[in-house]
Ligand binder design. Structure first.
Ligand SMILES: [Zn+2]
Length: 255
C-alpha cells in the first residue's frame, strides 16, 4: 500500500546494497524505520528530503512489517541548524530525545507539532538555544505522563498558600524523587532518608515551570535566563528526566 505522510528525519544509517534506513518521526504513523534506495549524493529533491532536520512529505510503501520511502519532497529544510555549532548540538539533543521517548508506530501529533515549532524557533534565533531546549523538555512532561505536582506539596497535600507560614518567606523546594514541590515538614522527612533528590532553587520554580508550560515556544526565542537560573533549571531537568525516563538529555553537550 502506498501512503503519504509528513515527517521529520531523526537519523539515518547505511545498510547493504546502497540502501539506508531512515528513522523518521512521521505525523501519521509516529516513529518509523523506513528503508530507501534513494541515493544520498544525488541532487534530486528526494535526496534532500532525507537529511536530518528536514521536514518533508514522504511517499511510502507500507508493507506488512516494513516501510520503504519511494520518494520525498521537502516542505521545509532547517539547514540553518547546521550553520552554527551550538545550535546544531541543541537541535541534535532534541532529535535524540524524541527518538528515545517515541515508540515505533505510535502517532504523537502533539509532540510532532511541538517539534516543528521548536525547529522553527531555533532556526530564527542566534544564541539562547538552551532556553528553547528547556521549554521543549518541560512541554513534553505532561505528554509523557510525568508532569510534576506544582499546586500543593506532593507528599502531604498541603496547599502552596500554607507553605512557610509564620516564617515570612515562602520556600519552594522541589523533590525529583517525589515528583513535585514539597513543604518544609516533608522536606525534613525526605532528607532524613538520605537518598532524596531535592532542590531549593534560588528562583520560584513553580512560576518558571508554569511559564514554560503555558507560553508558546516562540516566547522563549527572546527569553534570556540569568546564568545561575539556567544552570539550576538544567540540573533539575537533567535529574528529573533521568529519574523518570532514564534518559541523559544533555549528554552530548560540550564542556
Ligand atoms: Zn508536605
Amino acid at each position: 500500500m502506498i501512503v503519504n505522510t509528513e515527517g521529520i528525519v531523526l537519523k539515518q544509517r547505511k545498510i547493504a546494497n546502497n540502501r539506508r534506513i531512515i528513522v523518521t518521526f512521521s505525523k501519521t504513523y509516529g516513529k518509523i524505520n523506513a528503508g530507501t534506495s534513494i541515493n544520498e549524493k544525488s541532487k534530486g529533491k528526494s535526496a534532500l528530503a532525507l537529511r536530518p532536520f528536514t521536514y518533508a512529505e514522504y511517499q511510502i510503501f507500507k508493507g506488512r512489517d516494513y516501510y520503504n520511502i519511494d520518494s520525498a519532497t521537502v516542505k521545509k529544510s532547517y539547514y540553518a541548524i547546521g550553520e552554527d555549532f551550538d545550535r546544531f548540538i541543541v537541535a541534535s539533543q532534541i532529535l535524540e530525545y524524541i527518538d528515545k521517548i517515541t515508540e515505533e508506530g505510535q502517532p504523537r501529533p502533539m509532540l510532532f507539532d511541538l517539534t516543528i515549532e521548536f525547529l522553527e524557533s531555533i532556526t530564527r534565533v542566534s544564541g539562547n538555544y538552551e532556553t528553547l531546549l528547556y521549554a521543549f523538555i518541560v512541554k513534553t512532561l505532561r505528554m509523557q505522563g510525568i508532569m510534576p505536582e506544582l499546586k500543593c506539596c506532593i507528599d502531604c497535600g498541603k496547599p502552596l498558600s500554607e507553605f512557610g507560614k509564620g516564617k515570612g518567606k515562602k520556600i519552594k523546594m522541589f523533590s525529583v524523587t517525589s515528583g513535585g514541590v514539597i513543604c518544609e515538614n516533608c522536606h525534613k522527612a525526605e532528607t532524613s532518608t538520605g537518598s532524596a533528590l531535592i532542590y531549593s532553587p534560588s528562583f520560584d520554580i513553580i512560576e518558571v515551570l508554569q511559564y514554560f508550560i503555558l507560553k508558546p515556544m516562540e516566547t522563549f526565542e527572546k527569553l534570556k535566563l540569568r546564568p545561575e537560573v539556567s544552570e539550576q533549571i538544567k540540573n533539575i531537568l537533567a535529574e528529573y528526566i533521568k529519574h523518570y525516563l532514564d534518559i541523559d538529555v544533555f549528554k552530548d553537550e560540550k564542556g
